[in-house]
Design a protein around this ligand. Structure first.
Ligand code: HMG
Ligand code: MG
Length: 307
């Protein structure tokens, strides 16, 4: 079974870093991720620069990416995407040469208000217009649903709500919905319960799982997803990540932790883990702290016992 990894480090990873990476360093990171074999890379966000200054150079970044000839070669099969919250963001993304966007909503009202300054119902009105305009411009659209397993403001989130919002988002025409554990509270039991309800309705191919590893349950949650046939997972280089509107939301599931586990289980990812390990020192220098990912810290020592 081939697993698809959506690398969200340059967006979800860097959006929460105190130190804002220079354009040059972001391009270095993106290039290194491509070199390591990642095929789907979320590179930026067309959001308010006052809210998330770390993403404010996304327009220039995409214009630069589009000038890199090998990336345009369909044989390389690399796809870059960006978060877009509204028509304003969509137009900026389109004018910057973005070909795939992601709309992002929430399963809890409080998080929706804090994160994108509107209710869930209002957000779906925005998504509808953004998706309509994207299709006109032949742009692909992914959807996110945050706080699916718990909200930093409301606590428990109703399973029924997650299911109906996933269905609603797919109904708008997104190619897949990434179901997010924004604050890293999910457990495998919760993941299984949700998927057992969702899969009979929508199958496995339009669901992606997006785990944060705040409490160390992300890989266990991936196993629960794998057991039920989910093949697309979001992760972030070095376990970078978090959300400025979800206090305590620490790093995403680290890409190399995910790759280590999957490849060790005989599942193909297409990612060269040693190339990821080699990014540790320069990336830590750029962000100014130690990366939270575990495999990247262990590196390739004891390689004979590893994959
Ligand atoms: P708003 O303040 O409600 O927007 O922001 P507004 O329409 O009232 O406009 C206010 C000002 O923002 C105006 O400028 C607009 O032009 C400007 P002014 O006239 O005051 O000079 N503006 C924009 N500028 C740039 N790009 C735009 C844009 N839209 C309006 N697209 C908005 C609404 C959604 C834009 C804002 O709340 C925002 O940018 N939020 C950022 C949210 C964000 O990026 N959060 C982190 C990502 S989500 C996440 O991490 C979760 C995820 O990883 C999954 C998971 O873990 O669960 C995806
Ligand atoms: Mg996230």
């Amino acid at each position: 079974m081939k697993i698809k990894i959506v690398e969200v480090g340059p967006r979800d990873g860097l959006q929460n870093e105190k130190k804002i990476l220079s354009l040059e360093n972001k391009l270095w990171l993106i290039h290194a991720l491509v070199e390591a074999g990642l095929k789907r890379i979320e590179a930026g966000a067309f959001v308010s620069p006052n809210k998330v200054p770390q993403m404010s150079d996304s327009s220039v970044l995409f214009k630069k990416i589009n000038l890199i000839k090998p990336y345009q070669n369909p044989k390389l099969g690399v796809h870059f995407s960006a978060l877009v919250p509204n028509l304003h963001g969509l137009r900026n993304a389109r004018d910057s040469g973005v070909r795939e966007i992601a709309v992002f909503g929430s399963c809890s009202e409080s998080f929706s208000l804090k994160n994108i300054n509107c209710t869930i119902a209002e957000s779906f009105v925005r998504f509808r217009e953004v998706i309509k305009e994207s299709k006109k411009n032949k742009m692909k659209v992914r959807g996110y649903l945050s706080t699916a397993f718990g909200c930093p403001y409301e606590g428990k989130v109703s399973l029924k709500k997650v299911i109906s919002l996933t269905d609603k988002m797919l109904g708008l025409g997104v190619k897949e919905v990434s179901i997010g554990d924004t604050i890293g509270v999910a457990t495998p039991k919760q993941v299984r319960t949700l998927l057992k309800e969702l899969i009979p309705q929508i199958g496995t191919q339009k669901i992606a799982l997006h785990f944060h590893d705040t409490r160390g349950t992300a890989l266990a949650n991936v196993l629960a997803g794998l057991d039920l046939g989910i093949t697309t997972y979001d992760s972030s280089i070095g376990g970078l990540g978090g959300c400025p509107y979800a206090q305590g939301a620490s790093g995403n599931l680290a890409t190399e932790d995910l790759v280590y586990m999957l490849e060790g289980m005989g599942l193909k990812t297409g990612v060269d883990i040693n190339k990821i390990y080699s990014l540790k020192d320069p990336l830590e220098k750029m962000i100014g702290h130690v990366l939270p990912g575990r495999a990247i810290q262990a590196g390739s020592s004891h390689a004979s016992t590893q994959i």
